[in-house]
Design a protein around this ligand. Structure first.
Ligand code: FO1
Length: 312
């Protein structure tokens, strides 16, 4: 089967996929995407990471936000707000169309993987985008005072400004990999773990029974791009979460998080002096530009992830 399988969260993964679609043939590229961020709101099934991948790679994503659509309007949410409804999670008028279609199709009994394929092809994407599972999986985080809350209540409701004491993937033990997920991971020449948040975006994917086992067994084929650069996350709370969950917020902390599943860690130039510490944990290390500030860097990072030897 060959090709490249990419374990994806949201924004960081979508950005790397923008480069991967240039260096890997569409029929050899599969994105296995987190669904732990999914939620039901206004009676709609919302899949933020799947939509962020589709919107970003098809060029429709809001550049300012990194999620949702460019040129969005918010009339529907204004109406909801007028009535005192749940307007804390901003759903744009065009984005709502995606959730209306997805919810309608799921209601007809179609699996999320099939509906996602329809949405991806409607935006002209020809590589394979799979939810890691068609079953219900929800990332829950425990925070002081409020106890266990949903991922979006943490990430958006509280702007991830509260410390997290633990993370749980509700329903994970009952989920099965979606059709094609294990084949893609087992058959790929290269498995790439995208620069998404290890604790709340990558780990829920790995929590689906059977998935982590493939990476553990195929560790030599697995390359991760660090989401932490110079001790900080480029976007979101990955740095704070690593510390709150007992690791250091550095490429060494990321290496420790992934060491059983990932054979090679790609780190940024600014972390070059930590390469030996990462290697001491038993990972190969590649140092390159990982801040995808422009397409040329994104493309080179994708090439490095697919073929680390090309960057040495
Ligand atoms: N992120 C926010 O910070 N605020 C929002 O109101 C918000 C709404 C939203 C709607 C649809 C969607 O697909 C994503 C949205 N996000 C929002 C981002 C989302 O919370 C994150 O992208 C992922 O869940 C984490 O990767």
């Amino acid at each position: 089967m060959g090709g490249v399988a990419v374990v994806c969260g949201g924004v960081g993964a979508a950005r790397l996929l923008n480069g991967l679609v240039e260096v890997v043939a569409a029929d050899e590229l599969t994105a296995v995407v987190n669904v732990g961020d999914d939620m039901e709101l206004h009676g709609l099934h919302i899949s933020p990471d799947l939509d962020t991948v589709v919107y970003t790679v098809s060029g429709q994503v809001s550049r300012e936000r990194g999620w949702g659509l460019e040129g969005e309007t918010w009339q529907a949410m204004e109406m909801v707000g007028r009535y005192g409804g749940a307007d804390w999670f901003s759903l744009g008028d065009r984005d709502l169309g995606t959730h209306l279609f997805r919810t309608d199709q799921l209601g007809l009994g179609r699996p999320l993987s099939e509906v996602t394929a329809d949405i991806a092809s409607a935006w002209g994407l020809d590589f394979t985008i799979l939810p890691v599972t068609d079953d219900r999986l929800r990332t829950m985080v425990t925070v002081p005072d409020d106890g266990e809350i949903s991922f979006q209540e943490y990430f958006v409701g509280r702007q991830h400004s509260v410390p997290v004491t633990s993370v749980r993937f509700d329903g994970a033990e009952r989920t099965r990999p979606a059709p094609g997920v294990l084949d893609a991971l087992n058959g790929a020449d290269r498995i790439v773990v995208a620069p998404s948040n290890p604790a709340v975006s990558i780990d829920p994917v790995l929590a689906v029974p059977g998935v982590a086992e493939v990476l553990r067994r195929r560790r030599e084929a697995v390359v991760a791009v660090s989401p932490i650069v110079g001790g900080k996350a480029l976007k979101g709370p990955a740095d704070r979460l690593l510390v709150e969950l007992g690791r250091e917020s550095s490429v060494v902390g990321v290496a420790g998080w992934y060491r059983d599943l990932v054979g090679t860690l790609v780190i940024d130039e600014v972390d070059r002096d930590l390469a030996d510490e990462v290697a001491a944990l038993g990972l190969e290390v590649v140092v390159t530009e990982t801040i995808m500030a422009e397409p040329a860097i994104t493309r080179r990072l994708a090439e490095t992830a697919v073929d680390p030897a090309s960057a040495r």
